[in-house]
Design a protein around this ligand. Structure first.
Ligand code: FMN
Length: 394
């Protein structure tokens, strides 16, 4: 079984300095993208074991946090060995966001906070939330100001995650980044798609270049469509980004963080796991999820989607795939994994390339009159309160 290759003759590398976020130094300038339903403690542990970087939790809403929703508190929990505890918050009300960040500071719940303005889901943008929100510069500014001023009291760096805008005629990213910078944000991450692009097509890395050029004094992290260390190198070379954020590219491949660290340290090592290594990782992931949820049934329901990602491109038959997709317990998981041909090597290209959520471009629904101007009306203020309910990532 091959788990690591060293191919110095053709593997590109690029030395990149550490990422500085306020007082925090991230030696490997790589960030695990917050992904609802994916980047919990269990998955972060696997990722961290392969390489360095910043590993952000799933998103929690500011409201759920201040209300001490037990699930939200579980989501933002960290393992004792997570040296930099990083969490992501989404909120639409400056007062609630202020209270949430204050709680994080007062109760020492994290070392870094990221604010999410990227959600493209219609039921959220329709009420003015998610990636529709930065269009309203008064509200956006109030939220950033509330968050950064509270974070500063604990000397916690606060970063902001945005898309390029609502659609190509309503781009917001340059203005949003300027507001974030002027109010003390430590960095901005750009997922270079509009809300309307959803996850379709390709992230517009040129927009990352444009942002970086406009924001000389603020680290810009590039996000979108990094599925390998080579993609990460290309993005940094093309855009000059201070670091990269990787989402779907690590689904079923926590070892990509090893590849990324190697690439940015100028090494050509890459992980190329055979079936045995993947099977062992799946089982371990299942165990960690069971511990995280304190419930084997929940752990098994959660591992099922990961299994499909883990075995993408591996020669695993349809019958066993469908049994794995319904796995009821750790014991059955072990039995099924043991039936695989564990000595098969890494399948190469079939396991690489794009993975995870894709979908089609969608017209972005925003509230009536939302695009008429850049400031909030009373009616919109009333409506947006609902844009924090019923949201799960994006
Ligand atoms: C399953 C899933 C859940 C996501 N949840 C969140 C989230 O909670 N917060 C957020 O800011 N972005 C979320 N995103 C967006 C990612 O952080 C990232 O911006 C996007 O996937 C593009 O990066 P990628 O091409 O590396 O995947 C999510 C994406 C996926 C696929």
């Amino acid at each position: 079984m091959t788990t690591l290759t060293d191919a110095p003759n053709y593997t590109p590398t690029l030395k990149l300095p550490p990422l500085q976020l306020g007082k925090l130094t991230i030696d490997t300038p790589v960030v695990l993208a917050p992904m609802a339903g994916v980047t919990n403690r269990a998955f972060r542990r696997l990722c961290r074991e392969y390489g360095g970087g910043l590993f952000v939790t799933e998103m929690v809403t500011a409201r759920a946090l201040v209300e001490r929703n037990p699930e939200s508190l579980r989501i933002i929990s960290h393992d004792p060995d997570e040296e930099i505890r990083s969490i992501q918050i989404y909120g639409v009300d400056p007062g609630t966001v202020r209270a949430a960040v204050r709680m994080v500071v007062d109760e020492n719940l994290a070392d870094h906070v990221d604010l999410n303005f990227g959600c493209p889901v219609p039921k959220v943008t329709r009420k003015g939330g998610g990636s529709a929100l930065p269009w309203k510069t008064d509200l956006f500014t109030s939220i950033i100001e509330a968050a950064t001023s509270e974070a500063a009291k604990g000397d916690i760096p606060l970063t902001v995650k945005i898309r390029t805008g609502i659609d190509k005629d309503h781009l917001t990213y340059l203005e949003s980044a300027k507001i974030a910078r002027d109010h003390g944000a430590a960095a901005v991450t750009l997922h270079a798609r509009t809300a309307g692009q959803y996850y379709a097509g390709h992230s517009d890395w040129d927009a990352i270049t444009t942002l970086r050029e406009a924001m000389d004094d603020l680290p810009v992290l590039g996000n979108g469509d990094i599925f390998s260390a080579e993609d990460a190198i290309n993005m940094v070379e093309q855009t000059g980004a201070a670091g990269v954020m990787v989402g779907r590219g690590c689904q079923g491949r926590p070892w990509i963080f090893g590849d990324l660290q190697a690439a940015f340290e100028g090494r050509a090592d890459r992980f190329r796991p055979g079936v045995r290594k993947v099977a062992d990782t799946v089982y371990r992931h299942g165990q960690l999820l069971t511990e995280f949820f304190e419930d084997e049934g929940k752990g098994m329901r959660d591992i099922r989607k990961h299994i499909a990602w883990y075995f993408k491109g591996y020669p695993v038959g349809g019958e066993i795939r469908s049994q794995l997709a319904q796995v009821p317990s750790l014991a059955v998981l072990r039995e099924l994994l043991d039936q695989l041909d564990l000595d098969l090597p890494y399948p190469g290209e079939a396991a690489e390339g794009t993975r995870g959520r894709a979908g089609h471009p969608k017209k972005t629904h925003v509230p009536d009159g939302w695009l008429d101007n850049r400031v909030m009306s009373d009616a919109h203020r009333e409506m947006i309160k609902a844009a924090e309910l019923d949201i799960s990532g994006g």
